[in-house]
Design a protein around this ligand. Structure first.
Ligand code: NAD
Length: 249
């Protein structure tokens, strides 16, 4: 896949897990990757990995839930690179595992602020510049929890359902401006994020998953790259499940 030569790709949460795998894969296909993350050390490690492969990347510390940071970093990136072609709004947290009647509003808000408001804020500023260039490909990272309820994980599930609604709405608003917006819905993927998920929940999922395993970050990255590429040129507003068939149950 060499679609991405000279493309500028903006990745949130690029310091680890799915965001790192996607950043590395995009750079290997010719994109210059702007790695952003709240965790400076991890984000810089991603950039070092990309550079050690002879590819291009730079790091910016950015919290997706803080509008002033999203606005200023997006402006700096556009000033330096003239454009943003590809955006992968991936930064997210698992939130607290708690029943709804025991959930503090502050914990609820914290999950929604990062997982949903963060995607809104990033798209708000990315799309402004994509409209100027009449080109944009956006993939937002939702979850299988964006398609199903999660007992004990209501804030996470609600935030990820929200990402799908936001994705569909953006696809309708900007489709005729040559900006496509899709999302991915991974099942359990081997990253730090699932370390807080109770073991019995993961074990149960493995038992009933048609492929009897959890996914790899590269498997999600490959689907994201397909959605960003011209191989998916008429796919817009959709959510692709990457879950070994779990969603078919
Ligand atoms: N791992 C899974 O099983 C799974 C399944 C479905 C969806 N997802 C989604 O995939 C995305 C990536 O998660 P992951 O599994 O790679 O987890 P991860 O913890 O490995 O990586 C998440 C990255 O996001 C960064 N981050 C967290 N809060 C941030 C903020 N406010 N601003 C900027 N960066 C922030 C972290 O520092 C980290 O580098 C998330 O949106 C997550 O909800 C993960």
């Amino acid at each position: 896949m060499s679609d991405f030569n000279k493309k500028i790709a903006f990745v949130t949460g690029g310091g680890d897990g799915i965001g790192r795998a996607t950043s590395v894969a995009l750079s290997a296909c010719g994109a210059k990757v702007i790695v952003t993350d709240i965790n400076e050390k991890m984000g810089k490690q991603t950039v070092d990995q990309i550079k050690s492969m002879g590819n291009e990347a730079s790091f910016f510390k950015m919290d997706v839930s803080v509008e002033t940071e999203v606005k200023s970093i997006t402006e700096i990136v556009v000033e330096e690179n003239k454009k943003i072609d590809l955006a992968i709004n991936n930064a997210g947290v698992g939130g607290d595992f708690e029943s709804i009647h025991k959930t503090d509003l502050s914990d609820w808000n914290s999950t929604l602020n990062i997982n949903l408001n963060g995607v809104f804020l990033c798209m708000k500023y990315q799309i402004k510049y994509m409209l100027r260039n009449r080109f944009g490909r956006i993939v937002n990272v939702s979850s299988m929890a964006g398609l199903k309820g999660v007992g004990g994980g209501a804030s996470y599930s609600a935030s990820k359902h929200g990402v799908i609604g936001l994705t569909k709405s953006a696809a309708i608003e900007y489709g005729d401006h040559n900006i496509r917006v899709n999302s991915v819905c991974p099942g359990f993927i081997d990253t730090k994020l699932i370390q807080n998920v109770p073991k019995n929940v993961i074990d149960f999922n493995m038992k009933i998953n048609p492929m009897k395993r959890i996914g790899k970050t590269k498997e999600v990255a490959d689907s994201i790259l397909w959605l960003l590429s011209e191989k998916s040129s008429f796919v817009n507003g959709h959510s692709i499940s990457i879950d070994g068939g779990y969603g078919s149950l």
